[in-house]
Design a protein around this ligand. Structure first.
Ligand code: SF4
Length: 311
């Protein structure tokens, strides 16, 4: 009997919901164009939709005209970017997820206490660039799969932090490895991998071994979505793929498959999952069974700049 196991929680987290609402609210109050530095969240459809409504996505502040309003994305920015905006006299709204801001503050505290900071994450990811910028001279970025690449004298006080969207298992394995070299390695004051990444990983891992195939809806540049595929494979799914939308589904993936596991990354609107489920139903997978591991209820309020009127 062909069936779909639909993992929950999946899709939008509180930080993404807030960031998207920030752009929508800025457009409503101020009208287009509203500039956004980097993709507000890493999802092609969200970015395309906001572009149609008047948001202009840029890579760097140099592309923003004088006097314009610019929003910083959910992934956060370094202090240098904020200073650049100030020097330019740009009006800004900071849509950084509060859970990323928390990691920034931890980096500042470690640096002020004289620690070297091992930041476990992907060096080219915007979030890592932003966090590293809080203490650039003291922060050493290490990929979670190659912790031995870290070059640091063993006699320095060292604390570790991480990108918020990593695989929990992979990160803890990296920390164990680092601790062999740095026995005094200090943990972050609280967990850096965010609740949304953890919940989505645990929910998908719980069903992965029952599935012949796992499909994760998410864009290729979405860190948490990519980690979901890896987690599913590590938890026993024999095959797993990331699909930006239903058009990415390849028919031969379904050959011989009885059970498909479905989830989506934290930046993915639910209609993209619905589109995939409709296509799967056409292919004989109409029996959809939701499997809910945790219920998420909290939300973040809009950035302070939108809680009061901008000048
Ligand atoms: Fe915030 Fe986590 Fe969502 Fe990233 S994935 S925006 S850190 S809640």
């Amino acid at each position: 009997m062909r069936r779909v196991l639909l993992a929950a929680p999946r899709g939008y987290c509180a930080g993404v919901e807030r960031a998207v609402r920030t752009v929508e609210e800025a457009l409503r109050r101020h009208g287009p164009p509203i500039y956004v530095r980097k993709q507000i969240v890493h999802n092609t459809f969200v970015v395309d939709d906001l572009t149609r409504r008047g948001a202009v996505f840029v890579e760097e502040l140099d592309e923003v005209p004088d006097g314009a309003l610019v929003i910083f994305s959910a992934h956060g920015v370094s202090p240098a970017v904020k200073e650049h905006a100030e020097r330019r006299g740009l009006r800004t709204i900071d849509a950084t997820c509060p859970l990323v801001t928390k990691v920034h503050k931890e980096a500042v505290r470690f640096a002020e206490a004289g620690y070297e900071i091992v930041l476990i994450g992907h060096a080219d990811h915007e979030e890592v660039e932003g966090t590293r910028g809080e203490a650039p001279g003291r922060t050493h970025v290490v990929d979670p799969v190659t912790p031995d690449d870290l070059r640091l004298p063993a006699d320095r006080p060292v604390g570790w932090l991480s990108q918020t969207t990593l695989s929990v298992g992979e990160t803890m394995a990296a920390v164990s490895r680092l601790r062999e070299r740095f026995p005094g390695l200090v943990d972050p004051p609280s967990e850096d991998i965010c609740y949304a990444s953890q919940n989505r990983q645990e929910a998908l891992a719980a069903i992965a071994a029952e599935c012949d195939l796992v499909l994760v809806v998410g864009s290729a540049n979405s860190s948490n979505s990519r980690r979901l595929v890896e987690v599913a494979l590590a938890a026993g799914a024999p095959a797993g793929h990331l699909v930006d939308h239903v058009g990415d589904l390849e028919e031969d993936w379904l050959d011989g498959v009885e059970t498909v596991g479905v989830s989506s990354g934290a930046s993915v609107p639910e209609h993209l999952v619905t589109g995939l489920l409709e296509r799967l139903a056409e292919r004989g997978f109409a029996d959809v069974r939701p499997v809910t591991l945790t219920r998420e209820t909290f939300t973040f309020s809009l950035p302070a700049e939108l809680r009061s009127e901008l000048p």
